[in-house]
Design a protein around this ligand. Structure first.
Ligand code: SF4
Length: 226
């Protein structure tokens, strides 16, 4: 069990547009936490792996920035990394909800992007699961995520995507929890790794022939925004 904490190692936080997945194109505030032990060779945020390189920032300070972004139009905050669930996010999520409760009692929505290798902590309005072939996710995330995003570099990633979808549907059927999302609510994405021509053609060909899947692109990289 990860220890409850009121401090988190912060790489960066910024207001931008969500570039990927179902919410692509929406105004969002990103909180990038440091620390990841998953070790993907193609990772585009390797700079975030080492937790000790970054300051430990109080959750209140982080939330002050979330509040400002919200006033300026951010419709949700995305907790990302690194692997954000390496940290216990219970206090952080509770504090976001409490400190952003407006007059209409609608607090800031919280999204998370995770590989699903750690246990869950915190509570989220949207879970993006990006499972990794060499380090498969916990069943909790297969059952409870809203979208699944598989990064495609090579043919083995397509095979992994097929297997993950099967496993997800099995977990859904096994799940006795009424709280879990309906299987038809889950969205399955293939996302070609940036700058990988093979990944792009594999993903496009697969999606063309498998309409249950959609293509996700890192639109923020085309737009040259963060
Ligand atoms: S899980 Fe995410 S942050 Fe960690 S190494 Fe893989 S791609 Fe990078």
């Amino acid at each position: 069990m990860k220890k409850m904490t009121n401090f988190l190692p912060l790489v960066e936080q910024f207001h931008s547009l969500q570039g990927e997945g179902y919410h692509a194109g929406k105004s969002a505030f990103f909180v990038r936490l440091a620390g990841c032990k998953v070790g993907c060779s193609w990772c585009d945020t390797k700079y975030s792996w080492e937790e000790k390189k970054y300051p430990s920032v109080s959750i209140e300070k982080i939330i002050d920035h979330i509040k400002i972004a919200r006033e300026k139009g951010a419709s949700f905050c995305v907790i990302t990394g690194g692997e954000p669930l390496q940290h216990n996010l219970d206090n952080f999520c509770k504090a976001i909800k409490k400190m952003t409760m407006g007059e209409e009692q609608n607090s800031m929505k919280i999204h998370i992007e995770t590989s699903g290798v750690n246990s869950i902590s915190g509570s989220f309005d949207w879970i993006t699961l990006s499972p990794k072939r060499h380090s498969p996710p916990k069943n909790y995330f297969l059952k409870n995520c809203n979208e699944i995003k598989i990064i495609i570099n090579e043919i083995e990633d397509i095979e992994f995507a097929i297997q993950i979808k099967k496993e997800t549907l099995k977990q859904y059927q096994l799940s006795k929890s009424k709280k879990g999302l309906k299987k038809e609510d889950k969205i399955f994405y293939l996302q070609p790794a940036w700058n990988n021509k093979n990944g792009f053609s594999l993903a496009i060909d697969f999606v063309k022939n498998n309409p249950d899947w959609k293509l996700s692109l890192q639109t923020h990289k085309y737009l040259k925004i963060r």
